[in-house]
Design a protein around this ligand. Structure first.
Ligand code: PEP
Ligand code: MG
Length: 886
């Protein structure tokens, strides 16, 4: 027969294996504090098992439990030297519900159980304070009646008001006889209105409070909460009973909360807050933390010894918990009691600082520090955030598509954004949606806001890549292009008006808001160092501009896993040469245009190789359909025709000819290079020439990695690899130099998965393009997914958006299959992932388990990926599954 009641007092606590399940959070916590020698009020916890018995008995406390309760009270009498209902030194108790998790709808605590019309006077005499004794008794009757009789507290208030007016006292009765009169009114009221009597036998009070508290487990809000969080009804409720602490009694009494560390520096320094002489009130937001010295200076010197004692206990609890802790304490007439502790709440920056400090204090191991930090929270440390101290006017809410906050002037086109930025005006680019030609506008803008699109729209992906804050899908805003204004409800904003966007919360805010700039402190670097020591997978970045590549390196990227060369064709005049190539009517014309692009590409690649200084750089051949490079608007079409000296009709014809029903599944990826090998040849030449030149400058060979997109057939790869090899041979002959290089492929189509063994024979490496792979495995267009995927997630049909977190059961299973097949024919093949999921912690855990060699993600995700990779490696090895390949 499991025990029903577990006692505790400083230095000793009756133990049970699954303490939280048996004793609830409060009960388990007090038992632990007691066993850590902390001064806790003596008491006992009625275990959840007793709740189950009571439920079985139809809600009445069974005799056996009543007997156990009696013995527990007797034990308390003996340790406190007080008697329950005694004529001298009566014992008063606090009765509190203690559930296994925080949950609403449970009974409020009932304090001072044991006060009766008789004991109240004994306490008054003992403390020489009848006001205090009667105040406590009044509160006891109110909370008892509310819990046990379901009385309305407002009725007591009315009653006290009437009594006050009748007798003429102020805030409360002035003497014992006025107090007695008020209490008599309370008794009369209960008897008359509810036919109820507050028992004058303490044990009976206790039985009824316990019974009513048990019943609150089945209250409507508790039941709803349990259903929502899948907490079984039978988990049951525990109740903790302890000797009252008179923490409101005098200037030597109070309550407070202490934190073991200064969370802003991580240093060991007790901080906290306290209150003296007030009523018991919920502590939601703790007031500004203060330190011990200030506390004493502020006029509470009588607390100095208590706080010194508190500091000692808090240190010990911290060492036991291995984490910064927050401790609730009470002081009754100068005596300290600890009531509860929990890990200290903290911001992302504070969490990093504290974890690193705990390691340097020898309290935890680096591995533990790594596991303590939520990788996603690092995002907040790498980007500016909004200072929410002042009032903010939120104009609209969209999706937080790329983290960080930015303020600037509205620009409605990329051209205007560039012009305004050239005048050194900070710009927020506001578009219905962005297209590839908006890239330069995005580059010069502080942030990007789009009315349409989701978190994988063009704006979102590009903004994350270049580390710009971005809000997408702010659907309540409306751009009136004709008038050049933005409607936000009743407001009309025009170009040059200031707005602020928060790419983490998705808010669009009026005006300029103060921003808090990130600072990557030494602690951040230390934590990253721990992570690097613990991880197996490499972390590369998706980058094409020197700016991104440098940022990624400063965040610790170990190479480039994906350089999307198409992004390099939009800047300045390049787009004209690109358009000239697309508009050319034959191969000779195309080669002429490509010759103009060659030196530009070459110098881009040299710069990337130099920034990456010997680290691997994977360059992908042109991927998107050609129409993406052609002009959209009439004005642009006319302009292009003029610049290239071709007929406007030719431009329009070519645009029409390139139009596709389904461009994402159309003439793109390696299919382009097969139709126009000269494009791939130009790119390969630029890569090889750049590698030779960068290698010569650095005095160390550069080994470029050329990646072919959207392969589904082995023969596509063979065809292109032959062309690339031919270019390599030619460049080597021309330059009289040998270079090593790799040719690999993206795996982003289901057929490539199935044929991975054969494809691997022709590929030096695989890189899973999980954006396209998710799109093609699901048959869901990545550009249209936002319209319905959120409904799927809301309806519970999908747990998560598979474009953000890898779908382990489907897409993931295919990745694992491809790895297994590829390693069969080429055991040493290098495998990575470069889709968006490469920077997502949950996906990284799967990639670690699958034994991928690296993940590649946007620069600002690199630290997140480093930490997530370390966590995954640690968890896997702790689970005894070793590192890597499953
Ligand atoms: C992918 O498909 O996952 C990928 C990285 O390529 P892109 O997003 O450029 O299509
Ligand atoms: Mg792709």
């Amino acid at each position: 027969m499991p025990k029903r009641i577990y006692t505790f007092r400083q230095g000793e606590a009756e133990r049970t294996a699954d303490a939280v399940a048996a004793l609830g959070l409060k009960g388990a916590n007090l038992a632990l504090l007691a066993s850590l020698e902390a001064p806790v009020p003596p008491g006992f916890t009625i275990a959840t098992h007793a709740w189950r018995e009571t439920k079985g008995a139809g809600g009445d406390l069974p005799q056996a439990l009543r007997a156990d309760l009696r013995s527990a009270v007797e034990w308390l009498e003996s340790v406190t030297g007080r008697r329950f209902g005694g004529d001298q030194r009566p014992l008063l108790l606090a009765v509190r519900t203690s559930a296994g998790t925080q949950l609403p709808g449970l009974a409020e605590s009932v304090l001072d159980v044991g006060l009766t019309d008789r004991t109240v006077d004994v306490i008054a005499a003992e403390l020489s304070d009848s006001d205090f004794a009667y105040r406590s008794y009044r509160r006891f009757i109110e909370s008892y009646a509310a819990l046990v009789f379901d009385a309305d507290l407002a009725e007591f208030e009315d009653l006290a008001d009437r009594e006050k007016d009748r007798v003429g006292w102020g805030i409360e009765p002035r003497n014992v006889s006025e107090w007695r009169m008020l209490i008599a009114r309370y008794h009369d009221f209960l008897e008359r209105e509810l036919g109820a009597v507050v028992p004058q036998t303490p044990l009976q009070q206790m039985v009824e409070v316990v019974q009513a508290s048990f019943a609150s487990w089945r209250s409507l809000s508790a039941a709803n909460h349990r259903m929502l969080h899948a907490i079984p009804e039978n988990a049951g409720l525990a109740i903790t009973v302890h000797a009252m602490i008179f923490n409101e009694r005098n200037q030597k009494s109070g309550r407070g909360r202490a934190v073991s560390r200064d969370l802003s520096t991580g240093a060991k320094r007790l901080t906290g807050e306290f209150s003296i002489g007030g009523r018991i009130e919920a502590f939601d937001e703790p007031p500004e933390p203060i330190d011990l010295a200030t506390f004493v200076e502020r006029g509470a010197p009588s607390f100095a010894p208590v706080l010194a004692e508190l500091a000692g206990h808090v240190r010990r609890i911290e060492a036991h918990a291995g984490d910064a802790v927050e401790v609730d304490f009470m002081v009754g007439d100068g005596a300290l009691f600890l009531m509860q502790y929990r890990p200290a709440r903290r911001s992302a920056g504070e969490a990093v600082r504290v974890a690193v400090e705990l390691v340097s204090d020898g309290i935890i191991e680096p591995q533990e520090a790594i596991l303590r930090i939520d990788p996603a929270s690092l995002d907040l440390l790498l980007h500016p955030t909004i200072d929410r101290g002042g009032g903010l006017t939120v104009l609209a809410r969209g999706m937080g598509a790329s983290p960080g906050a930015a303020s600037g002037e509205i620009a409605f086109t990329s051209e205007r954004a560039q012009a305004m930025a050239a005048d050194e005006r900070p710009v927020i680019l506001v578009r219905n949606e962005t297209h590839p030609e908006d890239i330069h506008g995005m580059h010069v803008a502080e942030g990007v806001l789009t009315i349409r699109g989701g978190t994988t729209s063009h704006a979102a992906v590009v903004a994350r890549g270049i580390g710009k804050p971005c809000v997408t899908g702010a659907g309540s805003l409306r751009i009136n292009a004709a008038r050049g204004v933005l409607h936000a409800g009743d407001r009309v904003l025009k170009e040059g008006d200031r707005i602020t966007i928060d790419g983490s919360s998705g808010e669009v805010i009026a005006g300029e808001v103060r921003l808090i700039r990130p600072s990557l402190s030494g602690d951040f670097a230390t934590l990253m160092g721990f992570a690097d020591g613990a991880r197996r997978m490499r972390v590369r970045t998706n980058a094409e501009t020197p700016h991104e590549a440098r940022a990624a390196r400063s965040f610790g990227a170990e190479g480039i896993g994906l350089c999307r060369t198409e992004h390099m064709f939009f800047e300045g005049d390049r787009i004209q040469s690109m358009r000239e190539m697309i508009l050319a009517s034959d191969e000779t014309g195309r080669r002429r245009a490509l010759a103009k692009l060659l030196p530009i590409q070459r110098s881009d690649f040299i710069e990337l190789f130099e920034i990456m200084a010997g680290l691997p750089v994977t360059i992908r051949l042109l991927d998107p359909p050609l129409h993406e490079f052609l002009p959209n608007s009439d004005t642009e079409i006319v302009e292009t025709a003029q610049k290239l000296a071709v007929d406007e009709a030719v431009v329009r014809q070519r645009i029409a000819a390139l139009e596709e029903f389904n461009p994402m599944l159309g003439h793109r990826g390696c299919r382009l290079a097969i139709s126009y090998p000269e494009i791939a040849e130009m790119q390969a030449r630029a890569i090889f020439e750049a590698a030779i030149e960068a290698g010569e400058r650095a005095g160390a060979a550069v080994v470029p990695e050329i990646m072919i997109p959207l392969v589904s057939l082995r023969r596509e790869l063979d065809f292109l690899k032959a062309r690339i090899d031919a270019v390599a041979a030619k460049v080597m002959e021309e330059r009289g130099r040998r270079i090593d290089y790799l040719v690999g492929t993206m795996i982003e189509l289901p057929r490539a998965i199935i044929r991975a063994d054969s494809i691997a024979e022709a590929a030096d490496f695989f890189s899973f393009g999980t954006n396209d792979l998710t799109q093609t495995v699901y048959g869901i267009s990545r550009d249209d997914a936002a319209n319905f995927l959120s409904t799927y997630v809301r309806q519970g049909i999908l747990d998560r958006d598979p474009f953000q977190t890898i779908d382990v059961e489907g897409v993931g299973e295919m990745i694992a299959l491809a790895c297994e097949k590829a390693r069969r024919t080429r055991p040493d093949i290098s495998v990575g992932v470069c889709g968006e999921q490469g920077g997502d912690p949950a996906s990284i855990a799967f990639f670690e388990e699958t034994g991928l060699d690296y993940v590649s993600c946007s620069p600002f995700r690199v630290p997140i990926a480093r930490l997530a990779a370390a966590q995954s490696a640690i968890r896997l090895s702790r689970a005894g599954r070793g590192r890597g390949r499953r």
